[in-house]
Design a binder for this molecule. Structure first.
Ligand code: SME
Length: 162
């Protein structure tokens, strides 16, 4: 089944939008098991649906995070596990919500427009393979419902890969 494109997203509240996204996202992933292909479509579909400022993946390459598929302005290419929100997520393997990036010690500013962010670990068989990072240009953009939603997105993504 093809994903539908003619949504009127403006009339939906956040929860309905997230549910609709998940329904369509399952169809988007169907039949594909390539990680980079699915990460690329994940970033594109999240950007298209929610108009996030920046959404993308950093891949775990030998305990260093390297820029992967993303949508939005150009970004930092390499992040050590010791640094930034992404590094903290990689170390703890837990989702991190940062309501104000200036209050997060060691936050890495790839773009001065970013004011808040959420970073979700992408795990497969108990190993960190990447993190999903989303940035918004206003404070306090993400809450626990976004966390539940994005952890579900990441779960559906990792279910597709062998
Ligand atoms: N702010 C992140 C770096 C990645 S960018 O936001 C795209 C961090 O502190 O890890």
């Amino acid at each position: 089944m093809e994903i539908t494109r003619n949504f009127d997203l403006t009339s939906l509240d956040k929860a309905s939008k997230q549910n609709l996204f998940l329904e369509q996202y399952r169809l988007l992933l169907e039949g594909e098991n390539d990680l980079i292909a699915n990460m690329s479509n994940t970033a594109a579909f999240l950007k298209e649906f929610f108009d996030y400022f920046w959404v993308g993946f950093y891949l775990n390459k030998n305990e260093e995070l390297v820029l992967g598929p993303f949508q939005g302005p150009t970004a930092c290419t390499r992040i050590a596990f010791e640094r930034g929100v992404c590094g903290a997520c990689a170390r703890t393997q837990k989702t991190i919500i940062v309501p104000d990036v200036d209050q997060f010690p060691g936050h890495i500013s790839c773009n001065s427009a970013s004011k808040s962010e959420i970073v979700v670990p992408v795990m497969k068989q108990n190993k960190l393979i990447a993190v999903l990072d989303i940035d918004e240009p206003h404070y306090d953009a993400f809450d626990s419902k976004d966390q539940v939603f994005l952890e579900e997105v990441v779960q559906l993504l990792t279910n597709t890969i062998i």
